[in-house]
Write a protein that binds this ligand. Structure first.
Ligand code: AMP
Length: 637
């Protein structure tokens, strides 16, 4: 069996790792570095792309031909690319225009192709380390990556000539790296992962070598790059204010600013005040300024605070309190920032944090509060890659005492009657998983059923995210007979396969779910927040839709009853039923969904009154049905 390597395909840096003699380690690149900047430069000649540190340097000279942070664009819709040919440029982001591809002269490069170049580079590094071809890999992605983003990552691997044996969630990988030497402890941990482009929070339980993910939450569009952007804006404004050029109008200058901003941010993790010097922005203008850590913190505090909601949400999902956790592990380069550490310590109630030393104050007179310990022992840059290597080793048959159970980040379900979301696999279900449900038809002699696959946490289908839709044709039959079985299966890579089967004929369809999804990552992120924000509206909406469906059914059944009962009803009684019917129809006529439960209650009590009024009618119908049945069997004349 050939070797499997673990690859952390990061927004900022990528790493390749392996396990040898039971020890995971990161493989150094050709130039002796363990981190390969996830930057690709496409030279003007047809020379092969340049990846890594060199590309990072060239970025300042030729920003328009140099791509960075491509991970943020993975899984974007490819269909629009053709139309936007030559118009899309990279790399300016944060300006509202979201490029889905990179136009390089006459060439158009997709995010997968750019990522494939990075993967090819780390693959080459691994090959020169081992002196043999490498064709198999485990690649990590943020836990919050959706289907489209996971598939795109898988395709990037394939383009780079790798068989992707597993797509692994980054925080899970980090925990795997952390847990390896603690196999016999039972521990609940949070992995707080703030990298260059993404934020992930996972809660895991480690026991006897079993890793179970209890909950995940995160934001695929929040990371160190956003902090850099704040600093870039500030620098650009200061340069203008001191009589300098408009850096935002000049790509190479903007790239210089960006690099200087990131370097300043990193230095302020250890220093409290620094000098920023940008000589010769133009032949006449050099820029010099001082920046304090406090200023950086003021500029970026709201970004860091945004991670708080996700932490609380994951805790609520897992039904845990911070004090139930043993440790909070910090992963991702951005967690080196003191403000991040203080914020995490505050969110989880970790023991008081010694900001100056950047470490925990654990003196002998120190009384440990009840919160979890903030664990900074992992190298935040390497944990994910090491975890990927451990997972690779498990797949290759090593580490037999380790098992990994992962979970779904968002609920998956189908649209049902009235436009509601019917959840089939709830969020935070351990994967791989298979779950199914039977569906009935809404209309008599329906010939086909629309299977609309949704992902999200909202009650109404339209508020969720559409993963794909397809129809299943089947034999017509009266409404309400259970006819279609739908099965969702999420494989170990977190990819969804949907099967729909006509239970009568066995005819079935398995959907090739379109990986193109027309919703931006920000919306995925917002989904979770909105489900909390709109919890009450959603509840009302569901009640409203369900009550209306019931009302319509009751009205139709009553009308049928009145027709077939004919003369057998007393005129007074008939009038009473018709009045109750009219009341339900009037309540139904209110078309807009209610903002108050009172509106639903009006309809509910009208239905209850109709139910009450039709009880004698129902008994009469039962008697008639019984009579018909007995007559048919020859038991009465
Ligand atoms: P990652 O994606 O995990 O490689 O994280 C990269 C991000 O961490 C980038 O935004 C870096 O600027 C940031 N970073 C790396 N080292 C530090 C540091 N010492 N202080 C603050 N941010 C850092």
């Amino acid at each position: 069996m050939s070797r499997i390597v673990g690859i952390d395909l990061g927004t900022t840096n990528s790493l390749v790792a392996t396990v040898e003699a039971g020890i995971p380690f990161v493989i150094a690149s050709a130039d002796g570095q363990r981190l390969t900047p996830s930057v690709v430069h496409f030279p003007e000649s047809n020379a092969p792309p340049i990846v890594g540190r060199l590309a990072h340097r060239v970025r300042i000279l030729q920003p328009e031909r140099t791509v960075y942070s491509i991970k943020r664009f993975m899984g974007r819709r490819g269909a629009d690319v053709a139309d936007e040919k030559m118009l899309v440029t990279y790399p300016v982001r944060g300006d509202g225009a979201e490029p889905v591809a990179v136009a390089l002269g006459k060439r158009l490069v997709s995010p997968e192709e750019v990522s494939a170049e990075i993967l090819r580079q780390v693959r080459r590094d691994a090959e020169s380390h081992f002196g043999e071809p490498i064709t198999r890999a485990v690649i990590t992605v943020p836990a919050y990556f959706n289907d489209a983003q996971r598939s795109a990552t898988q395709r990037a691997g394939e383009l780079a000539g790798l068989t992707v044996e597993r797509i692994l969630n980054e925080p899970t990988a980090a925990a795997l790296a952390y847990g390896l030497d603690k196999l016999h402890e039972r521990a609940r941990i949070a992995v707080y992962d703030l990298g260059g482009g993404t934020f992930d929070l996972s809660l895991l339980e480690l026991q006897d070598g079993v890793f179970q993910v209890l909950a995940t939450s995160g934001n695929t569009r929040l990371g160190g790059d956003d902090l850099d952007q704040r600093l870039v804006d500030r620098l650009a404004a200061r340069i203008r204010a001191t009589g300098g050029p408009d850096a935002r109008a000049d790509l190479p200058m903007l790239a210089r600013l960006r690099e200087s901003a990131e370097a300043a941010k990193i230095r302020l993790s250890t220093d409290t005040e620094i000098e920023i010097h940008l000589p010769f922005l133009t032949p006449e203008f050099s820029f010099r300024d001082r920046l304090t850590r406090a200023e950086l913190e003021d500029l970026t505090r709201d970004l860091i605070t945004r991670t708080r909601t996700h932490c609380l949400r994951a805790l609520a999902d897992a039904q845990l309190q911070p004090r139930d956790l043993d440790q909070v592990i910090l992963v991702g380069g951005q967690t080196r920032m003191p403000l991040v550490r203080r914020t995490v310590a505050e969110i989880f109630g970790c023991p008081e944090f010694d900001e100056v030393r950047g470490d925990l104050r654990l003196g002998s007179d120190y009384h440990r509060p009840t919160g979890p310990r903030l664990n900074t022992s992992q190298n935040p840059d390497e944990a994910v890659a090491l975890g990927a290597a451990i997972q690779a080793e498990i797949l290759a048959g090593g580490f037999r005492n380790l098992l990994l159970l992962d979970v779904t980040p968002l609920s998956l379900g189908l649209e049902t009657f009235g436009g509601l979301m019917n959840v089939i696999i709830p969020r935070n279900t351990t994967i791989p998983v298979k779950a199914g449900e039977k569906f009935t038809t809404a209309v008599d002699f329906q010939r086909q059923m629309l299977i609309h696959v949704l992902q999200g946490e909202r009650e109404r289908a339209a508020d969720n995210w559409s993963l794909g839709r397809f129809t299943l044709e089947f034999e017509p039959a009266p409404k309400g007979a259970a006819r279609v079985g739908v099965q969702f299966e999420i494989d170990a890579n977190g990819i969804l396969h949907v099967l729909a089967r006509d239970l009568q004929t066995g005819r079935q369809k398995v959907v090739a779910l379109k990986s193109a999804v027309d919703v931006s990552d920000t919306d995925v992120q917002r989904m979770i927040e909105q489900s909390v924000e709109h919890a009450f509206d959603d509840l009302h909406a569901r009640q409203w839709i369900e009550t209306r469906l019931r009302a319509r059914e009751t009205v139709a059944a009553t009308r049928n009853g009145l027709t077939s009962a004919g003369d057998a009803l007393e005129p007074d009684y008939r009038t009473r039923v018709e009045q109750a019917l009219a009341a339900v129809e009037a309540a139904l006529a209110t078309e807009t969904p209610p903002t108050q439960t009172g509106d639903v209650n009006r309809l509910k009590s009208a239905i209850a009154a109709l139910d009450e009024a039709t009880r004698p009618l129902a008994e009469l119908m039962m008697d008639k049905a019984m009579e018909a049945h007995l007559r048919k069997r020859g038991l009465i004349q």
